[in-house]
Each structure stands twice: as C-alpha cells, then as structure tokens.
Design a protein around this ligand. Structure first.
Ligand code: ATP
Length: 336
C-alpha cells in the first residue's frame, strides 16, 4: 500500500476531505421475514454533515447504518459513498474509509490506550514515528492527557473509554463515520458533556457522520439533519432539526418529537440570532449574554420572575432587551 492510499499525508494536522453519502432506495429484507426492515430508504447526506437516524426500537436504524459498510448486504437499491456504489467496492477497502463507533466501544482490554488508538494505522502499515504523532494528536483532540496512552481500558472511566473509541475510529482519518448509539451507555450528565465535546471535535474534523440514536433530544442536538424512521423501515421525514420541530410531516413525527417541541426549538436558537432591530430598548432586568440559547434565557427569566432581560454582547455592552412574550412568539414559529 502506498502512502497516498492512507489517511493523512504525514502525521498530524490537515484532515482528509469528507465525502457525500447517498441512500438510493436502499432496502433490506432479512431472510425468512415477510416485510423489509428498511424499505426503499432514499436520502442524501452532504459531505461534512451529521445525519441522525432516529426512531422507535426495531424501525431499522442499525440495519440502515450497517448496510453502509456492508456489515449487512443490501437486498435492493443502492448506497453511494463519495458517488460510488458500496456494492462495487472491495469490503476491506470500503471499511478502511469508514470509522465505526458502537455503544459497547469494543476496546481491546489487554492493549494500552495508545495501542488501541493505533490499531488501524498499524494495519495500514504507517511507520512508528507517524503512528506515535497521530496517537498524541488524537489524545489531545479528545482532551485526554498524553500519559493516559500507557493505561489499559479498565483503568479509564466509561466516558473516557468512549472518547478513546471515537479517537480510534478517527485514527486513520476516515472521511465517513458511522456511530451507533455511541453515548447510549453513559449517564445523562457525562452524556451531555461527551455530546458537546464531540460537536466541538466535529467542528474541527468535519466528517460525514451517520449517527444512530433512539433519543429525539440527542438527535436534535447532534444532527445537521434528522431522518425519522417508522417501524417497517420507512422514512417518515428527513429535515434539519428546526424544520422538523416546526413542520412535522405527519402525526407520527409530531408524536415522536413530543409535545414540548416548541421548547426544543428554542434550544436551537441563540439570542444573537434574533435581529437586533427586533429587540426592545435596553433597560433594567437580568443580563442575558447573546450566546445564550433561547430556552435557557426563558428559564432564567421565568425562574427569576422577570418579564424582560437586558441582552449583552461579548464585550458586555447592552444591545437591547428581550421579553418572555417575544420568546413565546418565536417558540410558536413566528418571525420577529
Ligand atoms: N438478522 C436478522 N434477521 C431477521 N430480522 C432481523 C435481523 N436483524 C434485525 N432484524 C429485524 O429487523 C428490524 C430492524 O432491526 P434494527 O436492529 O435495524 O432496528 P433498530 O431501529 O436499530 O432497533 P433498536 O433501536 O431496538 O436497536 C427489527 O424488526 C428486527 O427484529
């Protein structure tokens, strides 16, 4: 294998370009079953975006994801990675382009963290120096101290192990990542932290990602686009989170996103996104930094029994005032 076949040109920094992914009427019907587990799924994931597959248990999320790296064969239709059918690809070659992260992580217990992260680069025949540099870079990226590379998985917390799982999947810099309930086994507080950390990481590495979850809140937080599947593997709606919350395509989606979808929508909008001209004149009230999500601003206002707050920019300058009433109108989908 030549260098050009593998991830980065030389050690750290500089990421490989992400690639598009397309499901084209991809269908899976398991042998001995009457109906498809995934039924003519068609959707496009633009390069560098996170597509979340979400839906109730058994709706075909994992099946859809595993057809991408051919862990499951496609019955009919196709899946294109970077414009090429996965069916025409050598399976090993294809999988080298696709990072895979699962809930139970699957770290090798008798190998150090460093060796775990280095698994794929070793398979690709990178030299020692390059592997070493890459492991250091990834530990830094996932915010683990360099000395952790010598530890074994059992000597890490669940959250740290999960981060190592992500680092291992990123090691050979694959343009596409599949993540199957990656944070599913983590407690809610650490889960929130890992999600934030992962989003920060994604802002740097900009991979094309398919992310499976059954948790609609996680989908809204992580997805650039969300595909909601119904049992029977039928796509109910594919849209960016805000659109999904504002215009659910049918009763199933409406029900699945939940009764508090107006509030969920508020968590996607920051105060800074409201046109300044729509803010009232700044006067008293509590201070609301303009990078605050509207849902947080609303809780702060209500929690303190205030009807208005003073919006301040990153320099602490007051730029206007925001009322509970204005937030309520935004929640209802009105433009200010
Ligand atoms: N190997 C198999 N043989 C037959 N049926 C299968 C097989 N694997 C999955 N199924 C069925 O296909 C459907 C979709 O399963 P899949 O695991 O993709 O759903 P899921 O949405 O990921 O579910 P969960 O959220 O519970 O993990 C289910 O009805 C499941 O029982």
């Amino acid at each position: 294998m030549t260098r050009s076949d593998t991830a980065q040109p030389e050690g750290p920094s500089g990421y490989r370009e992400a690639i598009d992914l397309e499901f084209a009427a991809a269908t899976k019907q398991y042998a001995g079953t009457d109906s498809p587990a995934v039924d003519a799924l068609s959707l496009k994931v633009p390069a560098g975006e996170i597509c979340v597959l979400v839906g109730p248990s058994g709706c075909g999320k994992t099946t859809a994801m595993r057809m991408v790296n051919r862990m499951i064969d496609i019955t009919s239709g196709d899946i294109l990675v970077g414009g090429r059918s996965v069916k025409d690809r050598d399976v090993d070659d294809l999988r080298r382009e696709i990072g895979y992260v699962i809930q139970q992580i699957g770290l090798f217990p008798h190998r150090t963290i460093g060796d775990n992260i280095a698994t794929v680069p070793r398979l690709l025949g990178w030299d020692k120096h390059r592997i070493n540099a890459r492991v250091e870079e990834l530990l830094d990226l996932i915010d683990l101290p360099p000395e952790m590379r010598k530890r074994y998985p059992a000597q890490l917390s669940g959250g740290q192990r999960q981060r190592v799982g992500v680092a291992r999947a990123l090691a050979a810099d694959p343009p596409l990542m599949l993540m199957d309930e990656p944070f599913g086994a983590i407690d809610p507080i650490n889960r929130d932290r890992l999600q934030n950390e992962f989003l920060r990481l994604q802002a740097v590495v900009k991979k094309t990602i398919v992310f499976v979850t059954h948790d609609i809140d996680e989908a809204i937080k992580m997805g650039d686009r969300i595909a909601i599947l119904q049992v029977g593997g039928k796509l109910a709606q594919y849209a960016p989170p805000a659109e999904l919350l504002l215009n659910p395509a049918n009763a199933f989606v409406d029900d699945f996103v939940g009764a508090d979808r107006a509030l969920k929508r508020l968590s996607l909008i920051r105060v800074s996104e409201i046109p300044r001209s729509a803010l009232g004149n700044a006067n008293g009230g509590i201070e609301i930094p303009d990078d605050t999500p509207l849902r947080t601003a609303l809780s702060e206002l209500l929690g303190r029994g205030e009807l208005h707050g003073r919006v301040v920019d990153e320099h602490g300058e007051a730029v206007g005032s925001l009322s509970v009433d204005a937030i309520a109108r935004l929640a209802a989908g009105e433009r200010l």
